[in-house]
Design a protein around this ligand. Sequence first.
Ligand code: PEP
Length: 256
Amino acid sequence: MRKIIIAGNWKMNNTISQAQDLMAALIKNGGDMHKVEVIVAPPFTALRSVYDILGQSSVHIAAQNLFWEESGAYTGEVSPMMVKETGCKWVIIGHSERRQLFGETNDTVNKRTTAALRIGLKPIVCIGETLEERDSGQTFEVLNRQLEGGLKDLTGENMAKVSIAYEPVWAIGTGKTATSAQAQEAHEKIRAKLASMFPQGVADKVRILYGGSMKPSNALELLSLPDVDGGLVGGASLNAHDFIEIIKAGIKAEQL
Ligand code: PEP
């Protein structure tokens, strides 16, 4: 009932020409990609050319961020309408790199999420604990706080358009992946928390993606877990072969 999402977060990688090469390889070799929901999130500069090259394919594009104001004196920022105009259907919000390096807070996550929904973009809201927080037994307190703050004042109708990415910070770009038990436990608790904030029917509908060193060798195991509804893939999404293998794992998991 929850279609698997495989989303590639390119971070600050790929010029326009590199992006075009990567997308040409994805289209050529991606196979039955329509059986899952495939999303790629290039940097702002490559969004439109990736959109153009994807053409009629089932792959959608996401921005990696947006600002919440509509226009004005916000040098360096990109508005929700500007993002939408590139052809984006999705936007990643609150990635841990933005939280750690660019001062993103639960409050700004909430502003961006609300602005995205207002313009008709589907947010992928990222949450996750640091190693220190996990080791000191605070994981679920942190996740709950991020959900409460980031999703504050959303209606159930809007929440049904949001996906959550659970990305333990200690697993991002480190090669360390959460075990299946750790991932399932976190996803189950996230869904339970959503059910306490929104109607159960909404919590049952929300796709919760796992992110953190997902690769071809661990994707099927993670994507087969009952509360894991997809993957947010960083490093491995920069390599067409690896990304396609993860998409294939998603297609397999979808059929289980
Ligand atoms: C990410 O950037 O969202 C991510 C999960 O990165 P990686 O797959 O490289 O750990």
